[in-house]
Design a binder for this molecule. Structure first.
Ligand code: TRP
Length: 454
């Protein structure tokens, strides 16, 4: 026990542990997925359903992942092999590793785009030709995102940045970088909030975002809210169980899950406070806030109408970059931990084995937004197909299976032990959470999943 405790990688401090976990959760999901989903699904009504999904499904599933990770203390597959040897539950861990890698292959491409935009905001290239009309943000986006080789190079740079951090290990790499980047990210967000809320006409945007129209709530809103909650909280595929293995023994899981979910919701909420007032203030509420268009066309347009255009663009793409980097790091770590612990590789070798093939997959995904944009499966590009399958099916399925495992099939007392930090008897709160994990979350997730295919 003692020997293993010393060998295993751990986060060095409580703050670092929270920063790293929040770093995984806060990502493009909050900054560009959330506003798009909110706009598409009726504003405030979606926000409320989303908050409900986080409380009722997100936090319980997060507690399940934390419990499995800290009990197992190793990689996504190894956790199940340790806790339930001779069972087939390790397959669930395998699915998680596959799913997180799948999401990583397109997420890293988007991360590359954000770097490309950051660089072009810095150099000023983003705004050349805009004022005299010889160029447009749509045109720029075509050039930056859909040209054949440029996005691949930026994707490769983002992969290299991940490699650099991951090679340093859990404490000196992941934890350290999160400790720097997360406070910076919050600072930038606060600045943008103040600016957006003081724009003339901001209140119309706030109305859309904060006054619920319940007639908009239907089945598909709930499905999207659930998918969004799992995606945004990094749930359902072993990312957080991998991180939980690095939690110090005395970490209180309930408090940690509440803090992480709260901060993740705050970031999404702040993005709403920024984007809806900004677009209405400039009369752009009709514009699509759909992911890429929002951040690469609509917002740059907003910046051009503000004094200090370039500064805002630099700050905003830096925000995106920070968010994307800490999230890709967490997704990569799942597979890396597997190669290190299961296959007994050195950290260095594990990082390379996971990240080098990503160059190839990233390049393919990148081309699917350019050269291969016309290659469709089920009417979707490779890129959108991966996103939809992973987010709306694999994450909820993974989450459902984890609840069933922890609530019903794992050795008795796993949840009680982990949630109460080995207390002899459990308080009401712990027992209520266990009840939710056994009954409420799985039934709700299953019902929403099934409704999807109706
Ligand atoms: N949560 C991150 C975001 O909102 C993305 C992410 C990181 C993720 N790790 C994950 C999504 C694991 C699903 C599963 O951008």
């Amino acid at each position: 026990m003692t020997k293993y405790y010393i060998m295993a990688a751990k986060f060095g401090s409580k703050i670092g542990m929270i920063a790293a976990t929040v770093g995984s959760a806060v990502g493009l999901g909050n900054i560009w997925r959330f506003p798009a989903e909110t706009q598409a699904n009726g504003g405030a009504a979606f926000l409320l359903v989303y908050i409900g999904c986080v409380l009722l499904l997100g936090i319980p599933v997060m507690l399940v992942e934390f419990s499995i990770g800290r009990e197992g203390g190793t990689d996504a597959i190894g956790n199940y092999r340790r806790i339930s040897p001779k069972s087939k539950w390790w397959l669930l861990g395998g699915m998680g590793i596959a799913a997180s890698y799948m999401i990583l292959t397109f997420y890293i491409v988007v991360a590359g785009w954000t770097l490309e935009y950051f660089v072009s905001a810095l150099s000023g290239d983003l705004f050349t030709g805009i004022a005299d009309g010889s160029s447009s943000f749509e045109g720029k986006m075509k050039d930056y995102v859909s040209s054949d080789w440029k996005p691949i190079i930026f994707t490769a740079i983002m992969i290299a940045a991940n490699v650099a951090v991951l090679m340093m290990g859990v404490r000196k790499g992941i934890e350290k970088i999160s400790n720097i980047m997360m406070p910076l990210l919050f600072l930038i967000l606060v600045i943008f909030c103040v600016v957006a809320l003081s724009l003339p006409g901001a209140s119309d945007g706030l109305n859309f975002f904060l006054n619920p129209d319940f007639s908009k709530v239907n089945g598909s809103v709930v499905i999207d809210a659930m998918g969004q909650a799992f995606f945004s909280l990094s749930l359902g595929m072993g990312v957080l169980s991998t991180y939980a293995a690095y939690f110090p023994r005395d970490t209180r899981l309930g408090r940690t899950a509440a803090t992480v979910s709260f901060l993740d919701m705050v970031v999404a909420f702040m993005m709403g406070l920024i984007i809806f007032p900004a677009v209405t203030s400039f009369g752009m509420q009709g514009e699509s806030l759909e992911g890429a268009t929002l951040v690469f066309v609509t917002l740059p347009e907003v910046f051009t109408r503000m004094p200090g255009t370039q500064l805002w663009a630099i700050l905003f793409f830096m925000l995106l970059l920070l968010a994307a980097l800490t999230s890709t790091i967490s997704m990569s770590e799942v597979a890396i931990r597997f190669f290190q612990d299961r296959l007994k590789m050195s950290r260095r070798k594990a990082v390379l084995i996971v990240m080098l093939p990503l160059l190839l997959f990233g390049a393919i995904n990148s081309l699917s937004s350019g050269l291969l944009a016309d290659f469709k499966i089920f009417g979707l590009t490779i890129f959108d197909l991966l996103d939809t399958v992973a987010t709306n099916i694999m994450l909820p399925l993974g989450a459902l299976a984890m609840c069933l495992y922890a609530g019903w099939f794992a050795p008795k007392g796993l949840l009680a032990r982990q949630l109460s930090n080995d207390a002899r008897s459990q308080g009401v709160a712990t027992r209520a959470v266990i009840f939710i994990i056994r009954w409420v979350s799985p039934i709700a997730i299953a019902a929403i999943l099934i409704a999807q295919f109706k």
